[in-house]
Design a protein around this ligand. Structure first.
Ligand code: DX5
Ligand code: ZN
Length: 219
């Protein structure tokens, strides 16, 4: 399964609804929402009221990538606001297992995020409980950064861990620096969900940009 998840981080926030409609037309599968608190990462984006206000715009699933400390305090509100998938950074919370269970019990898909320097083996125990893994291919905090090539090895390591633990059903999401030039190679490594911010929303025609990314990963 291959899915494109445009990140609205690089969209024009003065017309967020229209921006979402554009990528929906281009065939986006998921809308990726980057939630930053200025503490876990050195940047601040938006929160629950914004998610609520864009929820009626589209029926596409909302994927909240929480780059916040103590994510356990906010997951319920995000899910109530209409988020369907939630990922958090394991080092942002003390009780990862409890949080995964909480997210799932509230009816959303639960994912954990690995920063570029976080090894795959930190997933060894939590892998039995999660629905997806988000691998950061840049350092979290900003759009428009360069893809870190070592990430491809990491995806391969994750595939091995999935085989070893019998969790080949887990989806692999990648986030950072994804564009037309590299998406096919990243896809070949085994990634399922491709987050793309600047390569979609900074393009002249975001709908067309999504369409092109989709075509590249079709086979
Ligand atoms: C970075 C965010 C990404 C970001 C990706 O912290 O998690 O989702 O929007 O942006 P691009 O695709 O521009 O690298
Ligand atoms: Zn993200």
């Amino acid at each position: 399964m291959k899915m494109i998840a445009p990140s609205v981080l690089s969209a024009d926030f003065s017309k967020l609804g229209e921006e979402i409609k554009k990528v929906e037309k281009g065939g986006a599968d998921i809308i990726h929402l980057d939630i930053m608190d200025g503490r876990y990462v050195p940047n601040i984006t938006f929160g629950i009221p914004v998610v609520e206000s864009i929820r009626p715009i589209t029926e596409l699933p909302f994927d909240a990538h929480l780059m916040i400390v103590e994510p356990e305090k906010y997951v319920e509100d995000f899910i109530k606001a209409g988020v369907n998938m939630i990922s958090f950074h394991m080092d942002a919370t003390i009780h990862s297992h409890r949080l995964v269970e909480k997210i799932k019990n509230l009816g959303a898909k639960a994912g954990v995020v690995l920063n570029p320097a976080t090894p795959v083996n930190t997933l060894e125990e939590i892998i039995h409980y999660i629905d997806y893994v988000l691998i950061m291919s840049v350092n979290p905090g900003f759009g428009g950064q360069k893809f870190i090539p070592q990430t491809l090895q990491k995806v391969k390591k994750l595939k091995i861990l999935m085989e070893e633990t019998g969790r080949t059903d887990i989806l692999i999401e990648i986030d950072g620096g994804i564009k037309e030039e590299n998406i096919r190679e990243v896809s070949a490594a085994g990634v399922n969900i491709f987050v793309a911010g600047s390569s979609v929303f900074k393009a002249e025609n975001p709908a067309e940009a999504v369409k092109k990314l989709k075509e590249k990963v079709r086979f």
